[in-house]
Every structure is written in structure tokens, then in C-alpha cells.
Design a protein around this ligand. Structure first.
Ligand code: EPU
Length: 416
């Protein structure tokens, strides 16, 4: 079992290059199987979630070639067979295959997806969309059989702007008959990235990035080349790290508008940063003040940066609050953060009150989930002494080459 070992409190200087977005790439790869020819996707991050998707593609007999950050997928001839539970359980994004296979073959058999245990994570909105498009959904335990004579476009109102349900509905309806309208759609940049990819293959999707998306079905999707957008959560994680330890740390290859909810909070707390077209340069200070944060769907403050910002808040003077509104169980990192010396009280798993400033002391800690793991890693970077993190498989699911990227700018961090 690998661990991450960190010697804390080293200043950081230089440049960190942001990889492609996990939450885009994990949807683009399953979307590729809708293509009737060959697709190439570049800027794909080297993370274990992509390895898991590769396993599923190979299982379906698609041809996949990975060359550095480019993935070529030929799924013109694949087998539409039931994806085994141990594969679908590996990650949340496995259910994008359910949608793509349904869109392509009008029939799919699959198990409930996996993903970090940060809350309930039901898929009712996705299933509602399949039914609205004309499919029948049969459920046996956690196995689903979705079948349709044909899929017919219709109006679908999502009860909440779910990223997964929005992408699944696009994938299932892109080859449906007629027009599908998704109302109360999620607006995350990853949704725009997926819609653009499908459009480059000849799909007719309008409105991605707004709360109404219109998909006019087409019969055939042709070859395409597409690029994954930069990972806004990875970028945000490094900007937070820079605001704690940067002398002059530049985070490159990011889209600043994608992380404005974060940068505006950091600026409110007193962080000094230069925001360029595709970079942010940030340096640390001892003079930050407490801020209040509430997680919301995009463009609000992302739930995926809620845990990574907690160590920053331990360095702010006064009491900060963090309200988590998306997931029921996203404060699992707080137990170890307090063991390291923080003063954080969590009420009803919903609101955390962080009293600062508290120095942190290195400890043996655990990554309870992907972003919780990133949070512990940041705690380790700012703590006195040595921190070791267990269960790092969670961190490696979503952060490309994280130890190397940080070592190169001066952190003492290694994967052991
Ligand atoms: N929800 C439902 N029913 C549904 C779908 C969602 O009740 O059918 C609820 C969920 O329980 C949750 C909320 O709606 O409380 C938001 O869920 P959403 O569908 O938007 O999330 P997701 O698609 O499962 C993606 C990312 C998450 C990220 C969220 C929100 C992927 C693979 N995952 O999840 O990323 O937190 O959107 O932005 O894209 C992460 O990267 O660490 C991560 C968890």
C-alpha cells in the first residue's frame, strides 16, 4: 500500500502545470463510444480513474491506444455486454457508459456506479431522463436493465442541476429521434467540454453552459479530435497551496474564470495574486482574515474545493465557516485535521466552524476520499514535522503526478 510522506513548511517557487480535467476526461472517454468512427482526445490526465475507464473500454472490445496524454479510441465495433460490477464500482463515471451504450444500442445492462463515499449519490434523475426518452428501467438489487424500442426526444426537467444527470441525458439523447430539452441543466465547464466534443462529431447540441440544453438527435457521429479542458479543481488546489506556501508560485494552463468563486474568496481573505489569461501567480502571507464559504453548483463555490480550502482557513485570523450543501458526508477530513492541531467544529455534517490561526503538527493521517486526501496533503505541506498519508489511492484517482509537480517547486513530498 503506497503512502505519501511530507516534510512540512517548505516555501514553494516556480511553475506548476495543470493537467486536463478529471471530471471532463471521465465523461469524454465514455462519450467516445457513441462515435461511429475513430476519436482522439488530448490533454487526458494520467490518473487512476482513466485507467479504470480504459479497463471498461477494453472489456467492451473497443480499441484504445494511450500515448502520453492522448487517447485514441476506435469503438466502431464494440460488444454491448454487461459491464461487471467490480469495474463499474471503481468509479462514479462508469455510469456514463450506461448512457452511451443506451444511446448507441438502445439497450444496456449495468451495475450502480462507484465513486467516493461522500454522501448518498443517487442516480434517480438519470433514470428519470431515460424513462422520459422512452426507455424502461428494470432494477434488480443494484443492477439495471435499460431498454428502449427507440429513444424519442422530449422535455426533461432535472430536480437539481446534476452534473451526472445532465451529461447522461446528453449522451443518451444525442442519437435519439427529434429534440430533447434539458431544463435546470448543470452549467459546469465539463458539461460544455462534453457537448463541444459531441458537436465536433456532428451532434446538434445547443445551450451547454446555460440551464437549458437542446439536443437534436442525429443518426451518425463521425471522427473527431478534441482536447480536455484544464482541471479547475486541480488548479484551485495548487492556488490554495500557493497562497499558503508560495514565494512566487505560478499555476499555469488554467482558465481563471473557471475558478473565480475560489479566487474571489482568497482575495477577500487577503491573498495576493496576479491573474493572467491562463495563469495565476500567488504568494503567501501571515495576514489572512476569516471568510465564509457555501458550496453551490457552478458558478458557485465548488464542493470539490471545500475540503482543500480547510487548511487555508486554519491560517486565517478569526472564525471562518464552511457550509456544504451538495453532499451529506464531506467533512471526513476534519477528524485528522483536528488531530494535527486545528480547531474545527462540524455541526450536523453541514457546517464547519474553523477557528484560526492554529499551527498544525505533522501526523499519520488517512485520505478518506479524493478531495479529503488533497486536504490532508495540504495540511501536511503546512505542518511542522513529518506527515504520512495512508489510502493515497484516493488522491491518485484525481491528481495527476501530484508529488512530482510539488517536489519540482520545492515541496518535500514523496510517494512511498
Ligand atoms: N443527485 C441526486 N440525484 C441524481 C443526481 C444527483 O439526488 O440523480 C444529487 C447528488 O446526491 C448530489 C447532487 O445532486 O447531492 C450533485 O450531484 P451531481 O450529479 O452534480 O454530481 P456527480 O455528477 O455525481 C460530479 C463530479 C463530482 C462533483 C459533482 C458536483 C464527476 C465524475 N464527479 O459528480 O466530483 O463533486 O459533480 O460538482 O464528474 C470529485 O471530483 O471529487 C467529485 C466528487
Amino acid at each position: 500500500m503506497s503512502k505519501i510522506r511530507i516534510e512540512g513548511n517548505h516555501k514553494l517557487n516556480g511553475e506548476i502545470y495543470v493537467s486536463g480535467a478529471k471530471n471532463s476526461a471521465v465523461a469524454l472517454i465514455p462519450a467516445a463510444i457513441l462515435c461511429d468512427e475513430v476519436v482522439k482526445i488530448s490533454n487526458v490526465p494520467n490518473i487512476s480513474d482513466i485507467d479504470s475507464l480504459e479497463e471498461i473500454l477494453t472489456y467492451l472490445n473497443a480499441k484504445i491506444v494511450r500515448d502520453k496524454d492522448t487517447v485514441t479510441i476506435d469503438s466502431s465495433v464494440i460488444e454491448n455486454k454487461e459491464i461487471p460490477e467490480e469495474l463499474s464500482q471503481k468509479l462514479r463515471a462508469s455510469y456514463y457508459f450506461m448512457a452511451s451504450l443506451l444511446g448507441k444500442y438502445k439497450h444496456v445492462e449495468m451495475y450502480f456506479p462507484g465513486g467516493c463515499t461522500i454522501g448518498e449519490r443517487p442516480i434517480d434523475q438519470t433514470l428519470k431522463a431515460y424513462r422520459a426518452l422512452g426507455a424502461t428501467v428494470t432494477m434488480e438489487d443494484n443492477r439495471y436493465i435499460v431498454d428502449a424500442k427507440e429513444l424519442i426526444g422530449t422535455k426533461i426537467y432535472l430536480d437539481m442541476p446534476s452534473v451526472g444527470a445532465t451529461i447522461n441525458t446528453m449522451l443518451a439523447s444525442v442519437k435519439a429521434k427529434g429534440k430533447t430539452i434539458i431544463e435546470n441543466a448543470a452549467k459546469e465547464p465539463e458539461i460544455v467540454n462534453v457537448a463541444t466534443f459531441l458537436n465536433t462529431m456532428g451532434a446538434k447540441i445547443k445551450g451547454a453552459g446555460t440551464n437549458i440544453i437542446t439536443i437534436t438527435g442525429v443518426d451518425y457521429l463521425h471522427k473527431s479530435f478534441h482536447e480536455v479542458i484544464p482541471d479547475r479543481i486541480e488548479a484551485g488546489t495548487y492556488v490554495i497551496i500557493g497562497s499558503l506556501l508560495g514565494e512566487k508560485l505560478t499555476i499555469k494552463n488554467l482558465i481563471p474564470s473557471h475558478i473565480e468563486a475560489l479566487t474571489s474568496k482568497l482575495i477577500e481573505a487577503g491573498v495576493n495574486m496576479e491573474i493572467g489569461d491562463d495563469y495565476i501567480t500567488v504568494s503567501s502571507s501571515d495576514n489572512y482574515k476569516a471568510v465564509n464559504i457555501k458550496t453551490l453548483p457552478y458558478p458557485g463555490f465548488p464542493t470539490d474545493l471545500q475540503q482543500p480550502i480547510i487548511p487555508f482557513l486554519t491560517k486565517c485570523h478569526g472564525t471562518s465557516t464552511v457550509e456544504e450543501t451538495i453532499y451529506e458526508n464531506r467533512f471526513q477530513n476534519i477528524y485528522d485535521t483536528n488531530r494535527m492541531g486545528a480547531n474545527i467544529i462540524v455541526k450536523n455534517n453541514k457546517i464547519a466552524k474553523i477557528k484560526g490561526v492554529t499551527p498544525l503538527q505533522g501526523k499519520n493521517v488517512t485520505a478518506t476520499d479524493l478531495r479529503g486526501g488533497a486536504s490532508m496533503l495540504i495540511c501536511g505541506l503546512i505542518a511542522n514535522g513529518i506527515t504520512t498519508i495512508d489510502n493515497v489511492k484516493y488522491i491518485l484517482r484525481g491528481y495527476d503526478d501530484i508529488c512530482n509537480k510539488l517536489s519540482k517547486v520545492g515541496a518535500k513530498i514523496e510517494l512511498i
